[in-house]
Design a protein around this ligand. Structure first.
Ligand SMILES: Nc1ncnc2c1ncn2[C@@H]1O[C@H](COP(=O)(O)OP(=O)(O)O)[C@@H](O)[C@H]1O
Ligand SMILES: O=C(CO)[C@@H](O)[C@H](O)[C@H](O)[C@H](O)COP(=O)(O)O
Length: 468
């Protein structure tokens, strides 16, 4: 009987892995590695894709960091990850097992992520009306599949299965011919009715959508299967949970009481609280609303302001500085990818920003727009000769990130919903004190309290401990 539960989070920027002691749920080991898997497209298109092979090789490296003797004693595995995105693979040949110890990708596509902007408002308006309460946005799996159907149908012919990156990992571990998906990830694809837990199969097939690519829906907290092989020492036949959303798993880890809200800032950002038991979402999307209702566990829902512009805005700023430094021939420009090379740049930015009292400078960091306002872009206002130091700009950027989020879900609204405190998590929030300080200010009068790191990985491991 194994003693540990393995939790894995396949995030947009990094992979996190954690081993929880099954009895105490204490963290026995925990690692994180940046994936640096973004596919660089120099054509200026708004696509956002990641290299599946690099994500999986980073996952292998990250798991291999965990102590082998503990991996030999893993009894269950849980996987969460970035929602909304889609990748495609060939049934039966989606991966290659190496020495019965780990797998590498074989017949897969790249991952089209939630940051993908290929579906214009015009394109989205040409899609059928879903029978679901969540509106379909660019970067949602079903919208991306529609885009391929209409623009590159031959691309789809190469594949027989589709899922999120976390579904892919689970499918390969369990040797599944089909993809199984929980409502967490299915809702994030669009055209999924969370009340009936069913895809809008009829609506989609009438529009020519390849419904054969729709995964089979299984309950959140249920089993997807068992490992088909030893994996980094974890014995074959170990139960694996059906993949969950990283957002719900970070909440599962942090939220201790129904009066807690959770602020998570990783690559993206979410501010969320639990809806009272018995809440059911409206039948159709609430047009232009910045708040959506995502399925949680059992029949519960989370109200969430999900911003597309979180730690990625900070990372873009770091990348911009880094490339300017290179252009200027200045030593010390980091990698600009959010990886380890940039750490000293992040540290400097935090130190100059913390020493800087707030000014009138206003940075609106909505580079990717928001789902309820897709045309929105970033801007800078109130620039004056005296407020353009690095400290001023960094502080204004941090302020802009949290102000954008609290404009979607203000602290007063949280208070009215019965929230008494906010728990802060996610790497961008926990590793950047200037961002933390601005978040504390923006959430007043509610207190912001710190949660631990590797939140979604811990959360998915806890779900597996509690429910599998
Ligand atoms: N060295 C660093 N110091 C501080 N913050 C960092 C550093 N590297 C990355 N970040 C921030 O962390 C964010 C990514 O957080 P992470 O939890 O890895 O994201 P995800 O869960 O989406 O994979 C980046 O967008 C950036 O804002
Ligand atoms: O829209 C939502 C949830 O409603 C999303 O933000 C969701 O959490 C996605 O998984 C993220 O966008 C990606 O997560 P992360 O890599 O930024 O942590």
């Amino acid at each position: 009987m194994g003693k540990y539960v393995l939790g894995i989070d396949v995030g947009t920027t990094s992979i996190k892995v954690v081993l929880l002691e099954q009895e105490s749920k204490a963290i026995a080991a925990c690692y994180s590695l940046p994936t640096a898997s973004d596919f660089v497209d120099s054509s200026g298109s708004q696509t956002h894709e990641q290299e599946t092979g690099i994500i999986i090789s980073t996952l292998n490296k990250c798991i291999a960091l965990l102590p082998r003797e503990k991996l030999l004693n893993v009894s269950r595995i849980g996987v969460s990850g970035q929602m909304h995105g889609v990748l495609f693979w060939k049934s039966k040949t989606g991966c290659d097992w190496q020495n019965r110890d780990f797998f590498v990708v074989k017949d897969t596509s790249q991952l089209v992520t939630w940051q993908d902007g290929r579906c214009s408002t015009h394109f989205l308006s040409s899609l059928p009306t879903p029978n679901a309460h969540l509106a379909v946005a660019t970067g949602f799996g079903c919208a991306t599949i529609f885009w391929f159907l209409r623009n590159r149908p031959e691309f789809l012919c190469d594949f027989s299965v589709a899922g999120t990156i976390q579904d892919y990992v689970v499918s390969m571990l369990c040797g599944l011919d089909r993809c199984v998906m929980t409502p967490h990830n299915a809702a994030s694809w669009g055209f999924f009715n969370t009340t009936t837990s069913q895809w809008n199969t009829e609506i989609l097939s009438e529009a020519g959508f390849p419904v054969v690519l729709l995964p089979e829906c299984v309950v959140a907290g249920g089993t997807a299967g068992h490992t088909v092989s030893d994996w980094h020492g974890i014995p074959a036949h170990t139960p694996v949970g059906a993949a969950l959303g990283d957002f719900q798993c970070s909440v599962y880890h942090c939220m201790a009481s129904p009066t807690d809200a959770v602020l998570n800032i990783g690559t993206s950002a979410q501010l969320t609280y639990a809806m009272p038991g018995g809440f059911r979402p409206p039948d159709a999307p609430e047009s232009g609303s910045p708040i959506s209702y995502f399925p949680y566990f059992d029949e519960a829902y989370l109200a969430v302001a999900a911003s597309l512009n979180g730690g990625n805005a900070l990372a873009t700023f770091v990348g911009m500085l880094s490339s300017w430094m290179k252009d200027l021939g200045v030593e010390g420009g980091g990698g600009g990818s959010g990886g380890g090379d940039d750490s000293s740049l992040y540290a400097t930015l935090n130190s100059v920003a913390l020493g800087q009292p707030p000014s009138d400078l206003a940075v609106s960091p909505t580079l990717l727009g928001e789902r309820h306002r897709p045309q929105l872009r970033g801007s800078v206002a109130n620039a004056a000769a005296g407020n353009l130091s690095l400290g001023h700009v960094t502080r204004a950027l941090c302020r802009g990130i949290v102000d954008n989020l609290t404009s979607m879900m203000p602290a007063a609204l949280l208070g009215e919903a019965g929230v008494r405190r906010v728990l802060g998590c996610g790497s961008a929030l926990s590793r950047n004190p200037a961002l933390w300080e601005e978040a504390e200010r923006a959430l007043l009068p509610l207190p912001l309290e710190r949660s631990q790191t590797a939140d979604s990985a811990v959360g998915v491991a806890m779900v597996v401990c509690d429910r599998l």
